[in-house]
Design a protein. Structure first.
Length: 221
């Protein structure tokens, strides 16, 4: 599968890109400029011996070329980035990892920022009306993703309204060693999932670590 990491130059985007490259997927790292995207690709090449089919592109081109999209931008850049990829995202699945944190407006990353649209993923669905939006990756730390020689001790909670898209997303995400996907239901549940992010950030800070995650037990999976 050809996957575009939209805004994939930060720790979270790079970590997801690396994990999918390791899984043998074709990956495009997107950014606002081709220069930033290429710098991210070069960094991945420095870290991995085999990068397979990995390339750089501007966000709009990456979205148009890929089969599945992963959005990894800060909240402040979410809407403008979505608008830039609107045409290329039509009919595709987009995994939204946006975290609505008060750090977007100068506050604490340990505090959730309520949005008029509900969840950040619900905002994506309103902008990209012709795409299937899945809330995903909100509770896996960028440090855990970037620690690419080790499995990740964390579940990935997802939500979305298209059942087929959730199946595809789950199969892809579970190619990351250690990660188990938990389908939490419709996209309306995204706000609950996204609120776990500042909780985990606070727990990591309090316990002086970067790898704290979450496991859901007793579901018989």
């Amino acid at each position: 599968m050809k996957i575009a990491i939209i805004g994939g130059t930060g720790g979270q985007g790079l970590g997801i890109a690396i994990r999918f490259v390791q899984a043998g997927e074709d990956v495009i790292i997107g950014s606002r400029t081709i220069e930033k995207a290429q710098a991210a690709v070069d960094k991945v090449k420095d870290l991995l011996d085999d990068v397979g089919n990995l390339k750089a592109a501007e966000n709009a081109d990456a979205a148009a070329e890929a089969e599945l999209l992963v959005l990894t931008v800060p909240l402040a850049a979410q809407k403008s980035t979505l608008l830039s990829i609107k045409e290329g995202a039509k009919g595709k699945t987009l995994l939204d990892a946006t975290g609505p944190l008060e750090s977007a407006i100068g506050g604490s990353p340990m505090t959730y920022l309520d949005l008029w649209d509900g969840a950040a993923a619900e905002r994506s669905a309103k902008v990209l009306k012709d795409a299937n939006i899945i809330c995903a990756f909100n509770n896996i730390s960028s440090a855990a993703l970037m620690n690419f020689t080790e499995p990740i001790d964390c579940d990935c909670l997802i939500s979305g309204d298209d059942a087929d898209s959730k199946v595809v997303a789950a199969e892809l995400i579970e190619k990351i060693p250690g990660v188990n996907v938990i389908d939490c239901g419709p996209l309306a549940r995204a706000k609950i999932i996204e609120k776990i992010t500042p909780l985990l950030i606070g727990l990591n800070i309090r316990n002086k670590t970067q790898f704290g995650g979450i496991r859901i037990t007793g579901l018989g999976k």
